[in-house]
Ligand binder design. Structure first.
Ligand code: ADP
Ligand code: ZN
Ligand code: ZN
Length: 739
């Protein structure tokens, strides 16, 4: 018996191995194995099994089977194969989307618990004779039921010995229990709600029902203004699927959204709900995976990689905030988009896919216009909630009038914050940049301090007092006081990040409770959940943060949203920059006035006349989308055009350029229906000491509706290029940006 194995290497080739007698009854497609390749052993995945082989060379044997069952069922394996083909990723690498170190044989660990008994109580004597036991007892006596013995870790030196001593005297009882891998750290306590659907909501539910009534694949876009009840509607839709005995996958773009939505979903589906995200410990990860496999979890709420959760009998996939670019995996390969993978998984599993958003991606919006997806629109906020009033502050005028430059807050925003705080209402402030100041620059010669290995400026962080590269994590602890170019000592911090906003807010509103949420402030899931829950309870007045807090969150008492600098990202040289800024403003505005009190939004901009800012401030999505659809058509960009990006990466700048140019020259003359642009240096020319040059491929959807022309062209002309060993080629299909 022989088996072909794919390894996580850059080659597309698979390798044939003999299967030892003792493995023959066990081996399955989709299992991971360890096998010799060259001089070493490597983990790979079985991709096919056969009785004979055509291979003429010397055949080695598989050394070990790592999973006792395939980690993937047939449909999931089909999905991985599709990813490998579609995203031009060798199968062994595509299979890496499945987390490592998961054992189906996972057995929950046991842990000691301890409980005080009612039989005996210690006396003064114990305090004198065994002070440690007494101390431990005092702590344990505060709890009404058994607690994990680890609670005593910081109290006494050897908790288990101490507790055994206490047990011998009859003061406590030791119990062995299954370790509870609770992921409560990422969930609000279940949020019970009485749901009464409005006529408009009911209509949406009915149309989902009728469109999803067959047993076949179907995709639908649920588009509704912020606060229209989309979450409640998809929870209801999920309930119907569960009642049919099928399972449901709910994707969220961002870990910040998990706690609140998980709390809602748990209150409806209870124990059936599992969470999946990057901050799970490996033990919880293995436990979760095993509960998905054995059917204990029938609902998974998770971020991007949850799209590979091995749910059985999958009936519905919900992709919330489907436009979000964090669904796209940038590193490592495969560069998949979980939204698109969800659609493919839906097809393979004959499941339904519900894309949900207040600001759909232009692609999905256009797919609906073209009749490819069913569509359902909610035009009103739920109940008495109305749309917030938006005011744009022209920061250039503001500067002229006040005579001050570099102001972070306009007078208007400052006044409005005070007003709202006085009425015990809450405020969200958005500044989509983390750190204190994004640029450190010389006043005399203009030199900007950038990362030594990346072509991006270093950001000053007040927490930690250092300069950091937001790409590679490089960290400069001693901050230079002299310009490295002209030795001038006039170096200054320029621009504003969340930490600076925090300082200013703390000073201006010193009596208020203020919290910051960005990737630097979230040290653990527990802390994230705590902050969000406190805000929910009203124990925090002002929540400030990056785009993390701009969408998906639902706090009824927030009546003011301030967007400190709406222009962030507006002028990035990318076809999608306008769309992204629009969506961010629109979403952030959507956090205001979701309850009974009418909300407002203040948008500060140095480009108040820019159409993106203007339409976003009017919350006029359809108008803006129609304008950019026109632009995209004219300039041949998605959704009218399929894109692929080939990035040449290497240590030597000249060689990278040479490889890219040579490849371009070698392209076949018959470029029918394919447009090729470049080569050009990437916007970030150097990252982690590697230079990057790109070529962009376009094909019109009119002539290439399924993308086959583009795919065939790339596989015939690009994949077969012989590149120098030092150059790596990175292919990105459907890139979310051309930066
Ligand atoms: P969206 O996802 O569209 O932004 P949500 O589903 O979060 O909106 O709804 C906004 C708020 O209104 C939430 O607090 C939600 O629980 C509440 N809500 C929406 N629809 C109903 C309903 N039919 N009955 C009760 N509460 C509702
Ligand atoms: Zn200088
Ligand atoms: Zn760097």
């Amino acid at each position: 018996m022989f088996a072909d194995v794919a390894f996580p290497i850059s080659q597309y080739q698979v390798f044939t191995y003999a299967v030892k007698i003792q493995h023959q009854a066990l081996i399955r497609i989709g299992q991971r194995v360890q096998a010799p390749i060259g001089q070493r052993l490597m983990d790979g995945v079985i991709v096919s099994i056969s009785e004979t082989t055509q291979f003429g060379g010397k055949i080695k044997a598989i050394k070990e089977i790592l999973d006792d069952k395939p980690i993937l069922d047939k449909p999931l394996w089909k999905l991985i194969e599709w990813i490998s083909r579609y995203y031009f990723t060798p199968l062994g690498k595509a299979a890496n989307v499945i987390p490592k170190n998961l054992s189906i044989n996972y057995a929950p660990q046991e842990q000691w618990y301890v409980e005080v008994t009612s039989k005996n109580k210690p006396t003064k004597e114990l305090e004198q004779r065994a002070p440690a036991q007494y101390k431990a007892y005092k702590v344990l006596a505060q709890f009404e039921s058994a607690v994990a013995i680890t609670k005593l870790n910081k109290i006494v030196a050897s908790p288990i010995t101490i507790c055994k001593g206490l047990q011998a005297k009859g003061f406590v009882e030791l119990l062995k229990r299954e370790k509870n891998y609770a992921d409560d750290n990422f969930s609000f306590s279940p949020l019970e709600k009485k749901i009464d659907f409005s006529a408009e909501q009911q209509k949406a539910l009915d149309s989902i029902d009728s469109y999803f009534s067959s047993n076949e694949y179907a995709a639908m876009l649920l588009h509704g203004v912020t606060g229209s009840g989309k979450t409640e509607i998809y929870i209801k839709a999920a309930e119907k699927v569960l009642n049919k005995g099928q399972s449901v996958l709910i994707l969220l773009p961002e870990i910040t959204l998990t706690p609140q939505i998980a709390g809602r979903i748990r209150s409806v589906f209870g124990e059936k709900v599992g969470l999946w995200h990057s901050k799970l410990t490996s033990a919880v990860r293995a436990a979760t995976w095993s509960k998905i496999c054995n059917g204990e979890y029938q609902v998974i709420v998770g971020v991007r990689s949850a799209i590979f959760a091995p749910l059985k009998n999958l009936g519905l996939i919900i992709v919330d905030e489907e436009q979000d670019t964090s669904y796209k995996q940038e590193e490592p390969e495969p560069h998949y988009n979980a939204r698109d993978v969800a659609l493919m998984r839906g097809k393979i599993n004959s499941a339904k896919v519900l894309l949900v958003s207040a600001t759909p991606s232009l692609e999905s919006y256009y797919n609906h216009i073209m009749g490819k997806y069913a569509y359902c629109y909610l035009s009103k906020r739920f109940k008495e909630a109305v749309y917030p009033q938006v005011t744009v502050v022209d920061m250039i005028k503001e500067q002229e009038e006040s005579g001050k430059t570099g102001q972070v807050f306009s007078g208007l925003l400052q006044d409005k914050i005070s007003e709202r705080l006085k009425q015990d209402e809450q405020v969200i402030l958005l500044q989509n940049r983390r750190g204190y100041a994004p640029i450190y620059r010389c006043r005399d010669c203009g030199e900007i301090f950038d990362c030594p290995t990346c072509s991006i400026p270093l950001t000053y962080h007040r927490d930690g007092d250092n300069l950091q590269c937001h790409f590679c994590g490089y960290n400069l602890k001693t901050i230079p006081y002299q310009c490295r170019n002209c030795s001038s000592e006039k170096i200054y911090l320029s621009g504003t990040g969340t930490q600076k906003v925090e300082d200013i807010v703390r000073e201006a509103f010193s009596g208020s409770r203020i919290e910051r949420l960005d990737t630097d402030s979230i040290r653990s899931g527990k802390e994230l959940t705590r902050t969000l829950q406190e805000f929910n309870k009203g124990a925090i007045d002002i929540l400030l943060g990056t785009q993390m807090i701009a969408k998906g969150l639902d706090f009824g008492n927030v009546t003011l949203v301030g967007i400190i600098n709406a222009d962030t990202g507006l002028f990035l040289p990318d076809f999608r920059s306008g769309e992204k800024v629009f969506q961010l403003i629109y979403q952030a505005a959507g956090r205001s006035g979701r309850g009974a009190i009418k909300g407002e939004v203040v948008v500060q901009s140095f480009n108040a006349d820019n159409p993106v800012i203007r339409y976003a401030a009017r919350l006029d999505l359809k108008k803006y989308y129609n304008i950019i659809i026109g632009e995209r058509k004219e300039l041949s960009y998605p959704p009218f055009t399929r894109l692929a990006k080939a990035v040449f990466v290497g240590n030597d700048r000249n060689r990278v350029e040479k490889a890219a140019r040579q490849t371009m020259n070698n392209f076949s003359a018959h470029k029918k229906n394919i447009e090729i642009l470049g080569p050009a240096w990437c916007y970030r020319e150097k990252l982690r000491n590697k230079y990057r040059m790109q070529i962009v491929f376009k094909s019109s959807k009119e002539t290439d509706p399924n993308g086959t022309i583009l795919h065939n062209y790339i596989s015939k002309n690009l994949l077969n290029q012989k590149l120098a060993g030092s150059i790596k080629l990175n292919i990105d299909i459907d890139p979310v940006s051309l930066l």
